[in-house]
Write a protein of this length. Structure first.
Length: 287
């Protein structure tokens, strides 16, 4: 028995080693782009493309210190402020409009509710690019070009069907006895929505907030279409300005700014990830 147990132990050890080596190999492949970016931010622009070394032998910090000078007479803080304004505005709009729409679909009975819900889900199959031209023409006629309104107005009209669907499914999972008890106490839909549904939907709300913030912060096509003044550019458009009209690119500065631009997104995710986990752990109902 001891020999058999030893053979089984050796087999488990060998399988574990193979598994760990394979996991480390996958991890190396996944982390390689991030390591390359970090090393490239400390290289001169001429060495970023031509050099095969991950980290330079003589690292420089000019790429980071040069960010203080800005791009085309526009400070880096301006780009970050514009992106932060759009990201926070988008988060607020999505949370308010999507939660209200989801509550209506999940708890309010009205004629054509199932049809409207199906049509909303069907919009997920509609490519975003199909709507670009008619939306641009509409916003142009309204005089909203070169403003942030085209980038924010849809967030307050619940056009993000995915987040509405996510919250609908979450609200449907809540016991309806809570609504019935609230109605006995004289509460209407507004009070039920604010005092019962929203607190219990915190995990869905925070998940929507995280994805909305990341999408708005990284959005390139929307600002490229509707914003014309460099003073209104976001971080994504600011990165494009590292390439001049002659096609000469400051790769070192571009990489340095892209790494700095990751910090707000990473901080937002880490902060709200804790609330997301706590909300999922404490949202159970106790009798």
């Amino acid at each position: 028995m001891s020999a058999l147990a030893a053979a089984v132990r050796r087999r488990k050890t060998g399988g574990s080693l193979v598994w760990h080596f394979a996991a480390l190999a996958v991890l190396a492949v996944v982390l390689y782009p991030a390591v390359w970016l970090i090393g490239g931010s400390f290289k001169p622009s001429d060495d970023v493309i031509g050099s095969l070394d991950l980290f330079p032998g003589d690292p420089i910090t000019d790429n980071y210190t040069g960010l203080k000078e800005g791009i085309a007479d526009v400070s880096i803080a301006t780009f970050f402020g514009n992106s932060l304004y759009l990201a926070i505005g988008s988060v607020i709009g999505v949370l308010i409009s999507s939660s209200l729409t989801a509550y209506a679909f999940a708890r309010v009975r009205f004629a054509g509710r199932n049809i409207f819900f199906t049509l909303m889900i069907g919009t997920l199959l509609l490519p975003y690019h199909v709507l670009l031209i008619p939306q641009y023409v509409l916003f142009q006629k309204l005089g909203w070009i070169n403003t942030y309104t085209p980038l924010l107005i849809g967030k307050y009209l619940a056009i993000d069907a995915f987040f509405v669907f996510l919250m609908v499914q979450f609200i449907r999972a809540l016991p309806k006895e809570l609504d019935e008890a609230a109605r006995i106490d004289g509460c209407g839909h507004a009070r039920i929505y604010l005092s019962i549904v929203l607190p219990l939907c915190r995990p869905a709300l925070i998940t929507s907030a995280i994805f909305t913030f990341i999408n708005a912060w990284n959005d390139f096509l929307g600002p490229l279409l509707y914003l014309n003044e460099p003073q209104q550019y976001t971080v994504s458009l600011g990165l494009k300005m590292f390439v001049d009209q002659e096609g000469v690119a400051n790769y070192g500065g571009m990489i340095a700014m892209s790494l700095v631009a990751l910090l707000p997104v990473l901080a937002f995710f880490l902060i709200f990830q804790r609330f997301l986990i706590d909300g999922m752990a404490t949202s159970g109902l106790k009798g």
